[in-house]
Design a protein around this ligand. Structure first.
Ligand code: ZN
Length: 227
């Protein structure tokens, strides 16, 4: 996830992808009302742009045409609605991580329970080692209004293999090579947040040795799946 991103989607392709991916947030029960958003990096006529959900529009009414195109400073280029209120955070990530092609933000329930305690999710399941290569870290407390959320996301993920960060007292941000990859990270983050939460209700968590985490992560990132 540190190679320079090869941006292969056009703005029109990103619009279609994002309309579909916002339905995945609903399907996996990661969002309530209109909270939560997905964005994608896309090719504009003068370089990279980002495509993101409009603010406050119900998921049922999101269409490819309703998506908002912004430059990587978050200024709207195309679209009649206001972009997501999290646009500045997404834009900051794209500006500072050229390997990132998609960003997701949710307030998914179990991940937020960890974020509310400012507690990282320890790596106690092989699925976590596979997907995140270690714990899912906590980022700083930051509120909307400036770049502080974006700064916190980038600084925290820089220190970890994880593609997910629990922003303190807030929720989840995930990154991916493209928007689908970032949605997958959001789904898997909530899944392990739930499992580890349940485990801790009944007893002590047993850590996985670092050497095993490294082997699992290496295998899953490089060998797992279809060639
Ligand atoms: Zn939020």
């Amino acid at each position: 996830m540190n190679a320079t991103a090869t941006v292969s989607v056009t703005v029109d392709e990103a619009r279609v992808q994002l309309a579909e991916l916002h339905q995945e947030l609903v399907r996996y029960q990661l969002v309530a009302w209109t909270a939560g958003n997905v964005s994608a990096r896309a090719q504009g006529p003068d370089g990279d742009v980002m495509v993101i959900k409009p603010s406050g529009v119900s998921y049922d009414r999101l269409t490819p045409a309703s998506m908002i195109v912004c430059d990587l400073d978050g200024t709207v280029l195309e679209g009649s609605l206001s972009p997501s209120s999290d646009t500045a955070a997404h834009a900051y990530v794209y500006r500072h991580r050229t390997d990132v092609g998609g960003v997701v933000h949710t307030h998914s329930t179990y991940a937020c329970a960890w974020a509310a305690r400012n507690e990282e999710i320890p790596c106690v399941l092989t699925a976590m080692a596979d997907e995140f290569g270690g714990p899912i870290p906590v980022g700083p407390f930051a509120i909307i209004g400036d770049d502080s959320i974006g700064v916190g996301i980038v600084a925290t993920l820089h220190e970890h293999r994880s593609r997910a960060v629990l922003m303190a007292n807030h929720g989840v941000f995930t990154i991916g090579t493209d928007a689908t990859d970032a949605v997958k990270a959001a789904v898997m983050c909530e899944d392990v947040a739930r499992s580890v939460h349940l485990a801790r209700q009944l007893g002590n968590l047993v850590p996985i040795p670092q050497e095993a985490i490294d082997r699992l992560y290496e295998r899953y990132q490089n060998v797992y799946g279809q060639p």
